[in-house]
Design a protein. Structure first.
Lengths: 361, 1056
């Protein structure tokens, strides 16, 4: 079926529909990762977004039971040059087309994605809509212009009730802003007793559970839309070690007086070099963010920069100068992406142990 | 810490001559490394014996030694130069072996020379299988089960514990041992018998072979801060079991999930860190098809074929970077003025698909064994880019220059289903075509995947290609279908076949309907950073990224994949032509598809189109760029053929106007073109029947050369001595309709390189061939200056050359070959493309031949360039260029030399006397001769007379002579002591093959031709000689040359 992708600047891309054939509106963003489309599509940080894949052949290995980052993906569309109709991998269960149909996510294939990305790079991310090619473009365009994208994205993807993932060493609370499964895997690998709580849990409820540490997860949208979370962070950070990734990192920065701003195109890919300022060495990280901590805003705060991205020098990691709190903008849990930064979970464990020991004294 | 300041002078050892498995990729790496180190202010000393390489050109290193890569010569240079350090990983196995020998000899310690990039220990760990397995065990990285054995019994025992197939390799202290695949007990026993003999320590490694596993390669890089990353991943189309160099490869990996990729990435980083490499390495994996389990197959420390491929596929300059890391930089400290904004600390993310298909020499070697396995057989490769697998693959297929425009061989439609199915299961060079054929016959791809262990993903891509074929057949001249087919890489030529029309009609239809390709920029960042890369590839999408500039441009056609007769010398020429065009203030646009070359570096041309060399793909670029003209002279035979078609389409061709009409491979037009030129050529005639042939041959007089008239096919030429042979030949060649018979002039062959600007003619040099005409000049030893030509003959040659250039209106490069026969000079052939002699002469005479030729083509007179109308005064030193062969790699290919070229590369030796230069050339080509020993003579009858002088000379320097009965009797009659040996069919205790196998001879001279009596024996003797690594000569002229060297080294012992 012929479908089109319309952007808010009036650009139009022709393609064929696959997956669900419903109409859709969202923010169009691109990712450069060659592998890991299943993880990316199921990553809740892409909530409300239409994902353009830079790599032209997507779906080659199909969908398998091991690579979900969430069970019900909430991205708005998948935009590709080509999807593999016959995927091949030993634990492949279905092709991308079927998967997107099941999950009611529209896809569009046959798009000159490189041209699309050039456009986004020049003009910044923008809203877009996918409709049938024979529909009234003018109407679709007016609708797109009139649409205000939702801001309650975290609410949509966060768990509504608490649950436990058992382990028998440290007790860690995970505040779910759009939790990736791989974060839990990293904690489970380190034998943590994990309790996952909704994003709007109060500081009091958290502290009542007497955690050894708190992890603030990744998630979608603008952190400035979550003022109540900032109150929570301010209240707990002096009482328990914190580690935060992605949106959690931005929230931690906001809670400590930084400003967080929207980026023109964002960082989305698996090959972002990040320099660890403490060691002076770099490693490759998986990233997915459209907002960042404003470097000009950090000097007057209690925060210090720990990591920077080498392409544009942007802030990728911070720590509290006096408290056992630190955070990174990228995804140290990878999935997809390189495992170069998984040691940050060990660092978190060490910070938890250290704090426990001090508290014991 | 940045670069090391304690180092001043660094030595690089090159890879020597091109042989199968060691080709231009080392020149690419070496050139990058030299420039990279010089840029940092280091003094770079380069040692390499290969004159066709760019790295040995002036200005690449501070000092270049073109000397044999033996410990003897390298030691001499090291003692003289006293360098601080040596980089051993830029010259393949040649330099690794040399480095290990130098270390063992104690010289590196004595002179305090440090190894850079890798440690000696790392070399040993990666090259000795037992040490390698030990390290992997320590790192908990899985490898294949294996056992070191000393007897057949041990191996049999091991085979009972694991299952066949098994691989046997002999162990030694040298790298690169021969691997033999065994599928049953008998094969295992045979392989072990041979391999144990080959091993100096009498040990073999027997290893389990994994069949049906997926093969994947990771190109990894690490610096002294222990920062490491993966630059590129390659996935093989063929399952494990075929040599990397012979595999069809895609990049990035297509059928790995992110988790699988990260698993292999983690393993790669662990290994490169454990080996403490400061630079790059390639790690090969085998993946189990039905799980995420893997095994490490091996690690290659050298920048190799995969590195070159990875560099070109991603745009990451691996060798350039590795050289900087070796001298102490870390990745985040490298700043490169040339590359501008390039940052080095990132893993490339591609947004295109790369395909590489090897180019095999089976068009030259029809008798060669086409089966693929552990021994690499291809001479080169073609690479293509696309936005889909289909597009990328089909572009690579038509880049191969094997006369196909699609995954379609017309012959196959006649083959039976059984035959096609059988060929599909066999890994051989043309399997891809059989696979598509069987899919065309609606064979289910799922069954095919089970049968071949080729991933279903790839087979579905082939099935999709077949679907598009059917769609095209059902939709003649349908725009939408055409656009669809084009976007999946279909060529106009093949579409025209399906539409039963001509290519030009399809092209016109396409242009009328605006179905034209766009060009996308190649580069490692996908789109996240702007790149200065000049590389582009075509695709059928919306946005074009290649913007023509206002500057006048010139399009240079490349030479495509390396093959026999078209090797590194073309890269050398292209490189210098591009530079010359830029110097002349034009924009240099090149079009090529060979990833191993220096000339396809993304930073060399102003624009590089990585495209197939076909009329369609070239016209598309011309349509966009509208260049002032096209230069084809440096692109070899294919480019020459295309030039004519381009001209017909109104494209301005620069340089020679004659194009391929004067290709001397097409003898009829050659003769026509020379009418009234006043230049004598051999008598010839064209014949159609056996009767005519016999008549003409008789008139011309035997011996004759005969060849079927097939355009651009030099490979079918034969030397015929008498009527009987001619009758046999005609019987064999019934399929051809026209033949060309030429008088065979058994004289001295001479080659003249000349450059003409339309008026003046500069002759940089004349070389003389040691082997008489009848042996392809590419297989002959060339000497400069000429040694045996009388001055008046030389004058005549110069005069003819000038006459020829004037007669043909030649502008630019002209290579003409003459035969001097009975004090007469005959023109043998003339070419206008890059030659093997040009880089050799450039190096000797200091005349940048390609640059001068290019300038002439661009309209600059020789005078303005500072050159005279003359033969350049000859040097006082003697220089010898010697061919190098790859017979050990190409089983079943006969080593007997003749009119068909067989060599893959060459070396050069220079010294004050001919004998010394010859000695160096022989040493450099691994033809090492003992001062005394035994020579085995097996000669064809007509050579016996001539053989006397040679036998006598061997006798005089103390060599023992062994010969078969005929030769023995003949020599005995002449009073030369000779020992007889039984022929193959004589039932004796010891025959010829036995004494070869038992190492009782040090040199074999064998001239028994393939149409002669005893032909089979002759071939067996040559084969056995090569297998046992004994020097083999098939020309008495070469034997005479070797004798002069041996004589020069020996003191005369003669009674008074």
């Amino acid at each position: 079926m012929d479908r089109i992708l319309l952007l808010e600047d009036g650009s139009l891309f022709k393609g064929k529909g696959f997956g669900s054939l419903i109409d859709t509106i969202g923010e169009v963003v691109f990712t450069t990762g060659v592998t890991g489309y299943q993880e990316i599509i199921t990553d809740q940080s892409y909530n409300g977004q239409m994902i353009v894949f830079n790599y032209p052949s997507i779906g080659n290995t199909g969908i398998n039971r091991n690579d979900y980052e969430s069970i019900e993906p909430t991205c708005k569309a998948v935009i590709v040059k080509e999807f593999a109709r016959v995927p091949s991998n030993w634990h492949n269960q279905m092709n991308l087309d079927e998967f997107l149909k099941n999950k009611k996510i529209p896809g569009i294939t046959g798009v000159d994605t490189r041209k699309l990305m050039h456009l986004l790079q020049n003009k910044g991310v923008m809203r877009g809509t996918i409709v049938d090619a024979h529909d009234d473009f003018k109407h679709a365009f007016d609708q797109l212009k009139a649409t205000v994208l939702p801001i309650q994205q975290v609410e949509q993807v966060s768990t509504s009730r608490a649950y436990v993932s058992p382990g028998n060493e440290r007790t860690i609370i995970v505040i779910d802003f759009g939790l990736k499964h791989s974060l839990l895997k990293e904690l489970n690998k380190r034998n943590c007793q994990v309790t996952v709580l909704p994003y709007d849990t109060t500081a009091e409820s958290i502290l009542n559970l007497e955690p050894d540490g708190v992890l603030l997860t990744n998630g979608p949208g603008n952190p400035n839309d979550l003022p109540t979370v900032l109150t929570m962070i301010k209240a707990i950070q002096s009482k328990v070690p914190l580690f935060a990734t992605g949106l959690g990192h931005q929230l931690m920065a906001l809670a400590n007086g930084c400003t967080v701003v929207k980026m023109k195109v964002g960082h989305r890919g698996l090959n972002h070099p990040v320099k660890d300022l403490a060691t002076g060495t770099f490693y490759l990280t998986a990233q997915n963010h459209g907002f960042l901590v404003d470097s000009d805003s950090i000097d007057q705060t209690v925060l210090a920069v720990t990591h920077i991205e080498l392409n544009d020098g942007s802030i990728e990691g911070i720590k509290h100068r006096y408290l056992p709190s630190f955070s990174v903008q990228f995804n140290p849990d990878a999935a997809p992406g390189p495992h170069d930064a998984t040691h940050l979970f060990d660092q978190f464990m060490a910070s938890v142990d250290d704090w426990k020991e001090k508290k014991g004294v | 810490m940045t670069k090391r300041l304690d180092l001043k002078k660094i030595v690089i050892i090159g890879s020597g001559p091109t042989i199968i498995g060691q080709s231009a990729e080392f020149d690419y790496a070496g050139t990058q490394a030299c420039l990279s180190l010089k840029e940092e202010g280091y003094e770079v000393i380069l040692i390499n014996s290969n004159p066709a390489s760019i790295m040995t050109d002036k200005g690449m290193a501070d000092r270049v030694y073109i000397e044999p890569l033996t410990v003897e010569f390298i030691s001499k240079i090291l003692r003289k130069e006293r360098p601080d350090a040596l980089i051993p990983t830029l010259g393949g196995r040649t330099s690794l072996n040399a480095t290990m020998e130098l270390a063992d000899s104690g010289l590196l310690d004595e002179l305090g020379i440090e190894l850079l990039g890798v440690t000696l220990e790392a070399i040993k760990t990666t090259e000795y299988p037992d040490l390698f397995k030990e390290l992997m065990k320590e790192l908990k990285e899985p490898t294949l089960e294996s056992r070191v054995v000393q007897t057949i019994e041990e191996a049999v025992l091991f085979s009972e514990q694991v299952s066949f197939p098994l691989i046997v390799m002999s162990m030694s202290n040298k790298v690169g041992s021969v691997k033999v695949n065994c599928t049953n007990l008998t094969e295992l026993e045979n392989a072990l018998t041979k391999s144990l003999i080959r091993s100096p320590i009498n040990k073999c490694l027997v290893e389990r072979q994994v069949s049906g596993y997926k093969e994947v390669e990771y190109e990894v890089i690490r610096d002294q801060k222990n920062q490491a990353m993966v630059i590129c991943q390659l996935e093989h189309f063929d399952p494990v079991g075929i040599h990397t160099g012979d595999s069809i490869v895609f990049s990035p990996t297509q059928t790995l999930t992110d988790k699988q990729h990260q698993l292999l990435r983690d393993a790669s980083l662990t290994i490169i860190r454990a080996l403490s490499i400061k630079g790059s390495c390639t790690i090969r994996f085998a993946l189990e098809p039905f799980s995420s389990n893997y095994v490490i197959l091996g690690v290659n420390l050298c920048v190799n074929r995969s590195t070159a491929l990875a560099s070109k596929a991603t745009g990451y300059p691996i060798a350039r970077t590795a050289a900087k890391l070796a001298v102490g930089f870390s990745m985040d400290e490298i700043k490169n003025s040339e590359t501008g904004e390039f940052i080095f600390e990132f893993e490339p993310a591609m947004d295109y698909i790369v395909s590489k298909i090897p180019r095999w020499p089976f068009d030259t070697f029809e008798k060669g064994d086409r089966k693929l396995g552990l021994q690499m057989k291809s001479t080169g490769e073609a690479m293509a880019f696309g936005r889909t697998v289909e597009e990328s693959l089909l572009k690579a297929v038509r880049s191969l220059e094997i006369g196909v425009s699609h995954l379609y061989l017309a012959d196959l439609s006649a083959a039976s289903d059984e035959e096609v199915l059988q060929k599909v299961s066999l890994a051989q060079d043309n399997r891809l075509f059989y696979l598509v054929e069987i899919i065309r016959r609606e064979y289910p791809i799922v069954t095919l995947a089970e049968k071949t262990a080729i991933d279903l993903f790839f087979l579905d891509k082939l099935a999709h290609i077949v679907e598009i074929e059917k769609k095209l057949i059902n939709h003649l001249f349908d725009q939408e279908t055409l656009l669809y087919a084009k976007s999946f890489g279909f060529s106009d030529a093949f579409i025209s076949l399906l539409w039963q029309t001509t290519e030009s009609i399809v092209r016109d239809f396409r242009y009328t309907n605006k179905i034209i390709p766009v060009y996308k920029q190649l580069g490692p960042y996908s789109l996240e950073r702007k790149t200065k890369s000049a590389g582009f590839y075509s695709t059928y999408e919306e946005e074009n990224e290649s913007m023509p500039t206002a500057k006048k441009s010139i399009l240079v056609l490349g030479s495509g994949p390396a093959r026999i007769g078209q090797g590194m010398e073309f890269d050398h020429a292209l490189f210098h032509a591009i530079k010359a065009i830029q110097k002349a203030d034009y924009e240099a646009i090149s079009l090529n598809n060979n990833p191993e070359t220096v000339s396809t570096d993304f930073l060399l041309s102003d624009k590089l189109y990585f495209e197939p060399l076909t009329l369609e793909d070239i016209m598309n670029v011309i349509y966009l760029e509208n260049p002032v003209g096209v230069i084809f002279q440096f692109g070899g035979q294919t480019a020459a053929a295309l030039a004519k078609s381009l001209k017909l389409l109104g494209v301005s061709i620069l340089g020679n106007v004659f194009l391929d009409s004067l290709n001397s491979n097409n003898p009829i037009t050659f003769e026509e073109a020379l009418t009234h030129s006043g230049i004598p050529i051999a008598i010839s005639s064209s014949v159609a029947t056996k009767k005519e042939a016999l008549f003409s041959a008789k008139q011309i007089g035997y011996p004759i050369l005969i060849q079927p008239v097939v355009r651009l096919n030099e490979n079918k030429i034969d030397l015929i001595d008498n009527q009987l042979e001619l009758e046999k030949f005609m019987k064999r060649s019934l399929t051809h309709s026209t033949f060309f018979i030429t008088q065979y002039l058994n004289g001295i062959e001479v080659e003249v390189s000349s450059i003409s600007d339309g008026e003046a003619i500069l002759i940089p040099g004349i070389v003389e061939y040691i082997e008489r005409s009848g042996i392809h000049s590419g297989d002959s030893m060339a000497v400069y200056p000429t040694q045996s030509l009388k001055p008046e003959i030389k004058q005549l040659i110069i005069q003819y050359t000038k006459q020829l250039a004037n007669h043909l209106g030649c502008i630019g490069l002209m290579t003409s070959q003459f035969v001097v026969f009975e004090d007469q000079v005959y023109l043998n052939s003339v070419h206008f493309h890059a030659s093997r002699t040009a880089p050799f002469l450039s190096k000797i005479t200091n005349i940048p031949i390609t640059e001068v030729a290019t300038n002439s083509i661009l309209g600059q007179s020789l005078k303005n360039q500072g050159y005279q109308d003359e033969l350049v005064p000859e040097s006082s030193k003697v220089h010898v260029k010697t061919p190098v062969f790859s017979f050990a790699q190409l089983q079943k290919v006969d080593a007997l030399l003749g009119p068909i070229m067989k060599s893959t590369g060459e070396v050069m030796g220079s010294d004050r006397t001919l004998e010394k230069a010859l000695y160096k050339a022989f040493e450099a080509s691994s033809l090492h001769l003992a001062d005394y020993g035994t020579v085995l003579l097996t000669l064809t009858d007509k050579d016996k007379e001539e053989c006397y002088a040679i036998a006598e000379r061997f006798h005089q320097i103390g060599y023992q002579i062994i010969a078969t009965s005929g030769t023995e009797k003949f020599l005995k009659n002449k009073n030369i002591p000779v020992q007889s040996i039984a022929k193959l069919d004589e039932r004796k205790e010891e025959n010829i093959l036995d004494i070869i196998a038992r190492g009782k001879v040090q040199l074999v001279i064998n001239t028994i031709g393939r149409t002669k009596k005893g032909a089979k024996d002759g071939e067996l003797i040559r084969k056995s000689t090569i297998e046992h690594g004994i020097p083999l000569l098939t020309s008495l002229d070469t034997a005479a040359a070797i004798l002069s060297v041996l004589e020069a080294r020996t003191f005369m012992t003669q009674p008074l």
